[in-house]
Every structure is written in C-alpha cells, then in structure tokens.
Design a binder for this molecule. Structure first.
Ligand code: GUN
Length: 293
C-alpha cells in the first residue's frame, strides 16, 4: 500500500511556484496578488484563511486579508468584492465559505469577475469545466487530480466513485475526472445520501473519493481490494489525550480500509495541504493570463 504524501507534493508545488514568481518579478516588475475575505467568526474559516495568507507570504504573492463582522450586511460585502474586481493589484479574489446565514453565497460568488475566480466557484468557471474548456478548477478537486497525476494512479476507463455531491468537492471532481483527458477519462459514479445501499456502489470503485463530512464513514466492507482511496474529510473528534481536546480525522476508517487499499491519502497530510497549493497555482495562472492579454 502506498501512502499518498500530500504534504510533500504540496511543498514541491509551492517551491515550483515560488521560483516562477521570482522570474516573473524580474521580468515584469510585478507579482501575483490575492485578496482573501472572511465574514463571521467560524474558527475553521479563520484557520484556513490564515494558512492561505501565510502561503502567499512564503511564495512572494502579494496579499491582503479582510476580516468582516458576522453582522456585515450583504450589500456591504458585495461592495467590497466589487472594489477588488477593479483593483489591478489583485489577480484572485477568495471569499471564504460558508458565509453568515444572512448573506446569499450565490450573490457573492456571482459578482466575482470570472478572470479573478481562483476558487472556480463562479457559474462561468463551472460551465467551462463541464464543457471541457480551460478554466480555474476548484482548489480541492484540482489538488486531488494533481495527486493522482504525481503518483501515476491509472485512471483511463477506471471506475471512480465519488461519495458526496457538494459544489466545492463532489460535483467538480466528478466533472474533472470525467473529462476525456490524461489523468481523467474515468467512468464516474456520484453517490449521495439518497443511495439505498451505498456499498453496492463503493465496492466496485477502482478509485474512491470520500467527501461526506462524517468521521470514519467509509469502512473496510465498503471497498474492494486494490482500491485507491482519496479521503477529503476533515472532521474534528473529541480526544482528551490531545492538547487541543480534539483530533482531526477523515471520512474513511483507516484501520479497516487501509489493508485493502493500493493507495491511501492520510488525514491530516493527504488532500488537505493540496487545497492551498492549488489556490496559489490558480492565482499564478490568473496573473499569467492578465499579463498575456
Ligand atoms: N470553504 C471550504 N473550502 C473552501 C474553498 O476551497 N474555498 C473557499 N472560498 N471556501 C471554502
């Protein structure tokens, strides 16, 4: 069984980007820019955004962060987002989700200029992905495909089963892996909570992607021998022996599934670190498109 080291791969990608930015700065006198916006007090959102800011600093990406109050009115957030649409210092606008209940996510996402949509959530980006055009892929699914690529996992004609149908992971990874391209071209099944007998589907998976949000949901009896397991879950479970009082586990029960798996992404250290690396890559891509147009 091969353990997929997302931390190491993410670090390699970050090094590649860092070197490219040094060259671009020499050549153009400018660097890519990313603004991150968080509204509300959700602690995990703040942790993610701080990691994104830190990554920008390390890679030489210009960044600005806006931390807004839980009670920020929707029209104020829309005004702020729109100001960054026009701000030439920034190639990427990232609004961390989820937003407070009083704000309609769709309104905010739809306002971001597609050329600055480094999250790949805008309907134009989603449409381009489904149509097979070049676009920004959402960062977590892009990171999953990058791991598949760098570990040389066979995908051509393989049965890829996605458990979970979110706009952030399930739907985009299904569409990415369905494309008639290298490191894709899979036969794709998307499962969700309405499945009557989930294991009927998961047991036939050559590649299984778990993005459910339930700790240890996928167990050994749900997978076949030789499966490649990609665990996207990041769940906090109480653990009195841990310093913080909790530990982070995935959606896959490692003890019962790992003995059957050919490849396995650990949690933490698998898919997680890839999300930020791909965000940096999308920001660089947006910068390159802006200077070449
Ligand atoms: N919340 C969870 N994942 C993501 C992500 O990739 N981007 C944004 N903007 N919010 C998220």
């Amino acid at each position: 069984m091969i353990i997929i080291d997302g931390k190491k791969v993410a670090e390699e990608i970050r090094e590649e980007i860092k070197k490219e930015i040094v060259v671009l700065k020499e050549k153009h006198g400018r660097v890519p820019g990313l603004v991150t916006i968080v509204a509300g007090n959700e602690s995990s959102s703040h942790i993610y955004v701080r990691s994104k800011i830190k990554a920008c600093e390390e890679l030489g990406i210009y960044s600005e962060a806006r931390f807004l109050d839980e009670n920020t009115p929707e029209d104020e957030l829309l005004r702020i987002v729109d100001s960054y649409n026009e701000d030439l210092r920034f190639n990427g606008i990232l609004v961390q989700l989820p937003l407070p209940k009083s704000i309609r996510e769709e309104k905010v996402i739809n306002l971001i200029k597609p050329e600055k949509d480094v999250d790949g959530f805008h309907p134009v980006s989603v449409g381009r992905l489904v149509a097979g055009s070049d676009t920004f892929f959402p960062c977590t699914p892009a990171g999953i495909q990058e791991l598949i690529k760098r570990y040389g996992i066979e995908t051509e004609g393989k049965h890829l089963v996605v458990v979970g149908r979110s706009n952030i992971v399930g739907k985009p990874i299904a569409n990415i892996m369905l494309q008639k391209k290298k490191f894709a071209n899979c036969i794709v099944t998307v499962c969700h909570s309405a499945a009557k007998d989930l294991k009927e589907y998961t047991r036939s998976a050559d590649i299984l992607i778990a993005a459910i949000g339930v700790p240890g949901f996928i167990t050994g009896n749900m997978v076949k021998d030789g499966v490649a397991i990609i665990d996207v879950g990041i769940n906090r479970v109480p653990d009195t022996s841990a310093k913080k009082g909790y530990r982070v586990v995935g959606d896959v029960d490692q003890a019962s599934t790992a003995p059957k798996a050919a490849y396995f992404t650990p949690v933490p250290g698998g898919v997680g670190p890839m999300t930020i690396a791909m965000l940096m890559k999308n920001t660089l891509k947006s910068f390159l498109l802006s200077i070449n147009n």
